[in-house]
Design a protein around this ligand. Sequence first.
Ligand SMILES: *[C@@H]1O[C@H](CO)[C@@H](O)[C@H](O)[C@H]1NC(C)=O
Length: 162
Amino acid sequence: MRSFLTIFCLFVCLSWTEANEVSQDFQVVKGANKTYFIHPQKTLFMEGLFICEESGLDLLSIDSEEENKEVTSEVASTGYKTFWTAGVNLNEKGNDWVWLTHKEQSPSAPITYFNWKQGQPTPVTPDSSCILFTKDDLEGTWSNVNCREEHIPICQSYISPI
Ligand SMILES: *[C@@H]1O[C@H](CO)[C@@H](O)[C@H](O)[C@H]1NC(C)=O
């Protein structure tokens, strides 16, 4: 439970800080409704959350099959295969998956669309509570992994409708 609280504390504490300029280091990809910012280095989950937050961005959330397809095709050019999403499990005993995003000023939003890899999610433990996005050829699937693994964080911002 402590690790979840730490994630939340970090998230909530950071949300009080001012949004900075978006770092020049990101590779920027425009999608239909979001702009994606691909960080050039692998990080721990928490570092990814922090890096996005620092630039006034959210870590990646995926809300539909269309978005999952978009991320799958847009990230293809980066040469990386695995990416951090903002998805975490908040319940040690079961499935309570949320996106740690800023949407509607709420620190987390229940995940409604899933695209788990076959055999995933594995039984949730504090060591397998972060959602990783994996691109295999034409497919983008999710798995729950240890938050202390290192992967490329993708940040996002919403493109406001005109
Ligand atoms: C973009 O938003 C429109 C309108 O809500 C939606 O129909 C479409 O599926 C979205 N596209 C992606 C790639 O998420």
